[in-house]
Design a protein around this ligand. Structure first.
Ligand SMILES: O=P(O)(O)OC[C@H]1O[C@H](OP(=O)(O)OP(=O)(O)O)[C@H](O)[C@@H]1O
Ligand code: HPA
Length: 183
């Protein structure tokens, strides 16, 4: 795709949630996370790259002792999305007996989150929670998978902004858009 096409997609996209709606969602999520985890000395695991923006937004809203780490696991990488995760980096912290909060931008089919949660459980964590800014509503979800903290729900369209990319671009937008013509 050319840069001109990338820019055209942004121009023709539909605004799904403006920056105020997104900020309110972060506020709500941070409140819920605080209520649940403030006494657990948790480690937050940012799922790179999409989780970068939501993790930063949530992290600075937390006012209790919390550590930060990251992992890089991807199933899309510009493709249709395979069934297995490609692990590019694992967390540096020893997660044994820790409370872990995995933060990502979007829960779509759920295979990414499901594999990461399983990885955490294999590390003998005390407890593992998940937070996503966006959950996409459809019936292709990994069975039984929900996130513990969800900011916003979107319909079954390709969305970008707030960490979510369109061909590697537009993660930087502070609002959420849907590609025109996607249903
Ligand atoms: O629920 P799923 O259908 O598994 O999809 C959700 C995952 O897809 C995206 O990651 P991607 O692999 O595109 O990498 P990225 O974070 O670098 O965009 C997104 O950031 C989630 O991690
Ligand atoms: O709708 C989406 N947008 C961006 N990244 C994604 N990864 C899975 N679904 C999506």
């Amino acid at each position: 795709m050319t840069l001109a096409e990338i820019e055209a997609v942004r121009r023709s996209a539909d605004l799904v949630f403006d920056r105020h709606a997104v900020d309110s969602a972060y506020d709500r999520m941070a409140k819920d996370i605080t209520r649940e985890l403030c006494d657990t000395n948790p480690v937050i695991l940012c799922v790179m790259s999409g989780g970068l923006v939501p993790t930063g937004e949530l992290f600075t809203r937390l006012d209790f002792p919390v550590q930060l780490d990251y992992l890089h696991a991807t199933r899309y990488q510009g493709t249709q999305g395979g069934l297995t995760l490609n692990w590019l980096a694992r967390p540096l912290h020893d997660l044994k007996r820790r409370t872990v909060l995995v933060v990502d931008d979007i829960l779509d089919e759920g295979l990414t989150l499901s594999a990461i949660m399983e990885y955490c459980r294999e590390q003998d964590v005390e407890a593992v929670y998940s937070a996503v800014l966006v959950e996409k509503k459809h019936h292709r979800k990994a069975p039984g998978l929900t996130a513990d903290f969800v900011g916003l729900e979107v319909e079954d369209r390709y969305v970008f902004g707030c960490g979510m990319d369109f061909h590697g671009y537009w993660r930087n937008l502070p609002a959420i858009y849907a590609v025109a013509g996607t249903t």
